[in-house]
Structures are given as structure tokens and as C-alpha cells.
Design a protein around this ligand. Structure first.
Ligand code: ARG
Length: 426
């Protein structure tokens, strides 16, 4: 093997992986570190990589790409895994894989490597994405193929080789961060009944410690947030602005038992202030400008796409087609939403759009009502027709007898007794 390009975070495991890959494969190791915001880029990362034995250390700021190509796509589609997890880690993996492949191709490397274990989703996302982009590249995951050392062994391995270990403080957590969210798992969180210790959270204040509520106005164009309180911002800057505001108000804590792709249930703590504010705002704006049928169909797409993203299939054909649908559905999702951030909650307090389908003259109960009440009679006549036919042919449903529904089934009409259903509706 000539060269390996390793996704390098600067943590203990990937630092040791540099040396391990060199020793095991006799390969030159090139590291790639990607800044995805949220504190994902550690200081002195190049020095760390070189000290661990890398021959070259790439550092790429991909924050704007991450937001425009991945985060906004997920937001437009309303993709939230199992209704809880805004997919921060899952969305970043295909971008990391893409950058790994680009560097590998540029360097003429035969393999790429990552520090994932054999138990999580991330290994699947990396491997599948890399092979979708370049089937000729080998993917090596040292943790999966022999490097699986205990923490003490890893520290000893590093010490023997004089590898600087940037942050040796021991915490029980396994953490991943980028600007869309922070995930924290393991340690005391492994008991799903246990209240998360306060130090599992690093971004958000406790709701009780939040200052007085504030309001924030978010403007969208084509389903993409473009301004906060009237100020136009780039994607990454906008997310960072809402992150800071939300975190200060205790918004964005998520406690979720989720289903991993590999079949394990796992308890995760997330902090995603910007994601929670933006998903709620986007959803509210859609409610104003999309038809009922679009809203209903979009929920299927959101659910499907969230699982595709979670499952590491970003580069699949179905993913591409669903994203294209979602983008098309966003062409009228322009307008403004006012959100209140109030002690851990972010809720909608107002929305407006030049493309709004809301018509005050139709909705009002006051003067100026333009709705034709009389024509409702004809509408209901036809709308209710199939049910009246059913009742005529199959017998009327629901003669109320005290607490129970008594109902005569015509198929059983020759039998002497009626079928009595339990009073399930109480
Ligand atoms: N469970 C989440 C996911 O699969 C987050 C995993 C992040 N990794 C971590 N070490 N906390 O997307």
C-alpha cells in the first residue's frame, strides 16, 4: 500500500491510528481534518497530525458547503430522524467521505481510513459513501481491524512513540460535534432511565437558568433561511447566530432512544439549538404556503429521507430523487416566521408570506366574511354521499345505547342477537 488518507479529528484514537496505519500497512499517512463548525476543529491540528507521523496534513473549512449542500437540503425536506434527531452527525458523513475521496484521488492514494468502531452507524456511512464515489478505493477502519485498544493501551501506544495526545482528559462521553448539532452518548447515559447529568450538555443552559424570553424573526427564500431579524447572513453564519441565541435560552436539548442502523437501540443526548428553531420555523411557513395535500405528502418524504440519511445512503438514487422533490416543493416557501425562545422552548408566534394561501376573508368569523355558507349545504350533500349509501345498504352505524355502541351486522341479520362492541371510545 502506498498512501492512506485518514479522516483525522485530533482525538486520541485518530492520533494513534496515524502511527498504527504506518506500522501495519507500511503506508504513508496523509490526514484530512474538516472544519464543520460547532468546535469541530481543534487547535494545533496540523502539528498534532505531523507529531503522530503524518506525511501531510490537510485542513479544510467546509462549513458553508456543509450548510448549503447538506443541512439546508435536510431542512427543506423537514428530515428529522424518528421525529427527534436533526441528523447532525449523519449529514456530515457523506461530505467527509466526499472530501476524503477528493484528497485520495489528488494524492493517488489506494485507501482511505476512518476512526469509527464496528458498532455504530458512522462506519457504515463512511464505507458506503466512499464506495459510491470511488469503488476502487479501499476503506480501512483501524478500530475494526485490530487496533481496538483499551484507553490505557491507546495512551501507552501513543507514549511509546512520542505522539502528542492533545486532550487526555478522561470523560465518560463519546461526542461528535458540528454546527448543526452535538451528540453525546455512553457513560451514565447507557441507562435510559437515568436523568442525563448536567455535564452531558455543553452548549445549552438549563431551561431554568435562561434569561427572559426573546423573539427572533427568520426570513426564508425557497425553503432556505436567509436572514435573522432583518440581517442577511450566509448559511453558516445564520446557523451560528441561532445557535448562540438558542443555546443561551436553553433551546435544543434532545434525549432520544434511537434505533441504529445495525439493529441496536441506543440512548443519545443531542444539543441542536439552531436545528430545532429552524425546523419549527420552516414547518410553520410551509403550513402557510403549501396545500394540505403537499403538507401530507411531504411528511412521507421527510420520514423516508431522514431514514436514508441516517442509514448512510445519501448518495443513493432514491435519496437524490427525494431531495429533488423536496427542493421543488420549496419554490413557494418564502416569507418570515417569528419565534419565541422561552426557557428551553422555541415556538412559533407569527408567520407571513407574500405567497400565503391564508385568506382572512375566507377564514374570518367577523364582518367581511366571503365564504358562501349556503353552498356548504350542496358540498356536504355530495361529500357525504358515499357514507349515506353505505348506511342504506349496510345498516346505520351507532345507535347509542347508554355506554355501549350497539350495531347490527347485516351479514349476521339472520342470527337472533346483535353484536355489541365494547365502549372503546370512552
Ligand atoms: N447516533 C448519532 C448518529 O448515528 C450520533 C453518533 C455520533 N457519534 C458519537 N460518537 N457520539 O448519527
Amino acid at each position: 500500500m502506498n498512501k492512506v488518507v485518514l479522516a483525522y479529528s485530533g482525538g486520541l484514537d485518530t492520533s494513534v491510528a496515524v502511527a498504527w496505519l504506518r506500522e501495519q500497512y507500511g503506508a504513508e499517512v496523509i490526514t484530512l481534518t474538516v472544519d464543520l463548525g460547532g468546535g469541530s476543529l481543534k487547535e494545533g491540528i496540523e502539528r498534532g497530525a505531523m507529531s503522530a507521523g503524518a506525511s501531510r496534513a490537510y485542513v479544510v473549512d467546509a462549513r458553508e458547503t456543509f450548510v448549503s449542500q447538506y443541512v439546508w437540503r435536510a431542512l427543506q425536506a423537514g428530515a428529522v430522524y424518528q421525529g427527534a434527531y436533526p441528523l447532525a452527525t449523519a449529514l456530515a458523513r457523506p461530505l467527509l467521505a466526499q472530501l476524503l475521496v477528493e484528497v485520495a484521488q489528488k494524492e493517488g492514494a489506494e485507501a482511505v481510513a476512518h476512526g469509527c468502531t464496528g458498532k455504530g452507524n458512522d462506519q457504515v456511512r463512511f464505507d458506503v459513501a466512499v464506495h459510491a464515489l470511488d469503488p476502487g478505493l479501499e476503506v480501512i477502519a483501524p478500530m475494526r481491524v485490530g487496533m481496538g485498544l483499551t484507553r490505557e493501551q491507546t495512551v501507552a501506544f501513543a507514549a511509546q512513540r512520542g505522539i502528542e495526545v492533545p486532550d487526555a482528559r478522561q470523560t465518560p462521553w463519546s461526542i461528535d460535534v458540528n454546527l448543526w448539532g452535538r451528540s453525546c452518548e455512553a457513560g451514565p447515559l447507557e441507562d435510559p432511565w437515568a436523568t442525563p447529568p448536567e455535564d452531558a450538555y455543553a452548549w445549552t443552559v438549563r431551561a431554568a437558568d435562561a434569561p427572559d424570553p426573546v423573539e427572533v424573526a427568520i426570513a426564508f427564500e425557497g425553503g432556505i433561511p436567509v436572514a435573522v431579524d432583518g440581517e442577511d447572513l450566509s448559511g453558516a453564519a445564520l446557523v451560528e447566530r441561532l445557535h448562540a441565541l438558542g443555546a443561551a435560552h436553553g433551546v435544543g436539548r434532545i434525549d432520544h432512544v434511537e434505533d441504529r442502523l445495525i439493529g441496536i437501540k441506543s440512548r443519545e443526548i443531542y444539543e441542536a439549538p439552531a436545528a430545532m428553531i429552524l425546523h419549527a420555523a420552516h414547518h410553520a411557513l410551509e403550513g402557510l404556503v403549501l396545500s394540505r395535500e403537499q403538507l401530507r405528502f411531504n411528511r412521507f418524504v421527510a420520514d423516508e429521507l431522514s431514514q436514508i440519511v441516517y442509514d448512510g445512503l445519501w448518495f443513493s438514487a432514491l435519496s437524490r430523487d427525494l431531495r429533488a422533490y423536496a427542493m421543488s416543493s420549496q419554490r413557494v416557501v418564502s416569507g418570515e416566521v417569528r419565534m419565541r425562545l422561552d426557557h428551553g422552548r422555541a415556538y412559533v408566534v407569527g408567520r407571513r408570506s407574500p405567497l400565503s394561501l391564508y385568506d382572512k376573508n375566507l377564514a374570518t368569523y367577523e364582518d367581511g366574511d366571503a365564504f358562501d355558507h349556503a353552498s356548504a349545504v350542496g358540498f356536504i350533500e355530495i361529500y357525504g354521499l358515499p357514507l349515506r349509501v353505505e348506511a342504506a345498504r349496510h345498516g346505520a352505524v351507532g345507535k347509542h345505547h347508554g355506554a355501549a355502541w350497539t350495531w347490527t351486522n347485516p351479514l349476521l341479520a339472520s342470527l337472533p342477537t346483535a353484536v355489541t362492541e365494547p365502549a372503546a371510545e370512552r
